[in-house]
Design a protein. Structure first.
Length: 413
């Protein structure tokens, strides 16, 4: 074989090798303006686990019977709407434009491997009951869509494929485990609340109460003669501890030990029959609490007598002199209806307790400091005597030293 033929054979071999290499490359499966996962909707109901992996976290949200729970938080229930928005967000995710397929450029889009140094990407995987992956994708940088600010533009790369894409959709993934949890565990409005009974370390105790739901201020039980509540708003702060109560963290009750000699116990009782018992303590500068909700006998306030109603109507009429009686009657009726809106029926309270049980029973929560502080006040911190007021009036320039908050004891371990 001469040199010319050898050269031609070498060339043909090289061409064949290049063509074979080209044919072996996986085709660009995705097309512009197409769903990223076109068949996901058909199998969406088979998904039983959502795994989220970042450089610093790896956690799983999984289906447990009728609930979705956070595996790494002892199977604490998660917000169902976040599960739903994640699954539907993936099915609706649509490609906009093909971007780089060069690994060295992935980090510019945030679609590098989650194990890469300084990685900012998020790996999202959906799995079925057999542990098989239904869908898996690396999510990168995102911003509001230029053509529709209700949507996001997200850079993505399907696992196992080199091509990165600019996509568009409603998808927004929570990267931290607690971001999947419904952080508002209780919302007992003070309008419903009839009484709060507090027991503190050292057998200190106090009770606040009100007789009518529409009353603004609470009273302090067993107030000594010649004494009065120093600052009524402080009683209101106690009453609002369970109003819009959000948590910072959650763990299983078996993981936290409460020492009896250092706990605070507060029992919140509503007019309509809901009672929530809160047991709390301080440990290493943080506040932990566990809760139990139950149904008790409702103590509905008696209706005002006709005479009282007439007197109240006349008092209001005096204050609103000049207004037409028709407008006044309408306002009185509206006020009366609003007074009752905070109270629930016996059936509603029972349902409320049943819904609270999986969120409260068996769990310990880290709660914000400002929610715990009102329960630290001693009875003596809340009252003032006429003699104290007189001394203060005689010495108006005397510096006031706030009463120190009672410190928690350190729980025994």
């Amino acid at each position: 074989m001469n040199a010319k033929n050898l050269s031609m054979l070498t060339f043909l071999t090289l061409v064949i090798a290049i063509v074979a290499l080209w044919l072996s490359q996986p085709p660009m499966v995705l097309e512009e303006n197409k769903p990223v996962f076109p068949k996901l909707m058909e199998t969406i109901n088979e998904v039983t686990a959502i795994n989220v992996t970042t450089k610093n976290d790896n956690f799983t949200v999984e289906r447990n019977g009728e609930l979705w729970v956070l595996k790494e938080k002892f199977n604490y229930p998660v917000a169902v709407d976040k599960v739903r928005s994640t699954l539907l967000g993936l099915t609706d995710l649509t490609t906009v434009e093909a971007k780089t397929a060069t690994p060295s450029l992935y980090s510019k889009l945030g679609v590098e491997e989650v194990t890469a140094e300084d990685s900012k990407s998020t790996l999202l995987s959906l799995k079925n009951k057999d542990g098989k992956t239904v869908a898996s994708i690396i999510l990168g940088n995102f911003q509001p869509a230029k053509n529709d600010t209700t949507l996001n533009e997200i850079y993505v790369r399907k696992v196992g494929e080199p091509q990165a894409w600019l996509t568009q959709g409603f998808l927004r993934i929570e990267r931290m485990p607690m971001d999947w949890v419904e952080k508002r565990i209780l919302d007992l409005e003070s309008k419903r609340l009839r009484q709060v009974s507090i027991t503190q370390p050292g057998d200190n105790s106090l009770v606040i109460f009100k007789e009518q739901p529409e009353e603004t201020n609470y009273q302090l039980k067993d107030l000594p003669a010649g004494a009065h509540v120093k600052a009524p708003y402080e009683l209101g702060q106690i009453a609002n501890v369970l109003s819009a109560l959000n948590i910072n963290e959650v763990t299983a009750e078996t993981e936290v030990k409460f020492a009896e000699d250092s706990i605070y116990r507060a029992v919140f009782t509503s007019f309509d029959g809901l009672e929530v018992t809160m047991t709390a303590m301080e440990k290493e500068g943080k506040y932990y609490a566990k809760f139990a909700a139950t149904v008790v006998a409702a103590v509905m306030p008696p209706a005002k007598s006709d005479t009282a109603a007439v007197q109240e109507s006349k008092a209001k009429a005096g204050k609103e002199e000049g207004k037409e009686s028709e407008n006044k009657d309408a306002k009185d009726k509206k006020d009366k209806e609003e007074d009752k809106t905070g109270l629930k029926t016996a059936a509603e309270v029972k349902t409320e307790v049943e819904l609270l049980k999986p969120k409260l029973s068996g769990w310990v929560f880290e709660i914000p400091k400002y929610k715990m502080e009102p329960l630290l006040k001693k009875f003596s911190d809340l009252i003032s005597t006429d003699e104290d007021d007189q001394k203060e009036s005689l010495n108006p320039n005397q510096s006031k030293t706030p009463s120190p908050l009672l410190e928690f004891g350190t729980p025994k371990t």
